[in-house]
Design a protein around this ligand. Sequence first.
Ligand SMILES: Nc1ncnc2c1ncn2[C@@H]1O[C@H](COP(=O)(O)OP(=O)(O)OP(=O)(O)O)[C@@H](O)[C@H]1O
Length: 256
Amino acid sequence: MIRLENITKIFKKRSFSGENTLAVDNVSLTIDKGKILGLVGESGCGKSTLGRIILRLTPVDKGKIYFYNRDITNYTFKEMQAIRREMQIIFQHPDTSLNPRKKIKHSLIEPFKIHRLSSKNEDNIMSRIMKYLDLVGLNEEILDRYPNQISGGQIQRVVLARVLVLEPKFLILDEATSMLDVSVQAQIIELLRKIKKEFDITYLFISHDIDLVKAFCDDIAVMKDGKIVELGSSERIYNSPVHEYTRKLVKTFREF
Ligand SMILES: Nc1ncnc2c1ncn2[C@@H]1O[C@H](COP(=O)(O)OP(=O)(O)OP(=O)(O)O)[C@@H](O)[C@H]1O
């Protein structure tokens, strides 16, 4: 479903004395349809940049991005608009992912407007919203609340519902559960499993938590200094890591 060939991204220095940052260094990888690929590595290694590049939210300097075998690397804004709904991302911070001044109802109606989804009237939109709210384990009481009146876990459920109304085929979860308590995190992971089963969505799960990635993902790509240093099945990477850096990551988590 996703194929990356030799992706490279350099952020230019911001000041005369600063340095360029090689955020992604010649990365090639494939994510097959229906799979969950975990992308792990320590802070600043380039995980988010790579995710944003796949969605064409960050321009790439070198390399090619394929989505369903279509080369989307140089798609225009208009061409991207046509496939934007199919590729979505959920970020880490529950507190900034929804407009704090708008009720939850507004945030759930918004995607229909942005993506000009064909829904004849508001009743029709609301019935679709209710379907997805139910799926993520929320009820209509949430609609009249503001983001600061609900918990972090509830916000991530709303964010998921907001994305699901678009019926995406590929979803990037960028540290999407990192800010949540462990028990809430487990509930959201369970929900993500259920959603994947029901909608056959392919995930890229970005996290620094290798234990969580091992439990949730089919395969793991380990990133260091912008490079993928090791890639394989979750079991293999976790139980018999080959690269020295992967060994260190696994060991650190086990001791922690
Ligand atoms: N817009 C930007 N402009 C300049 N440098 C950037 C920009 N975005 C990221 N970087 C730099 O690129 C490198 C990779 O950052 P990135 O956010 O992709 O890493 P990450 O692995 O996702 O880290 P984290 O887990 O902390 O989010 C870092 O050195 C970062 O400072």
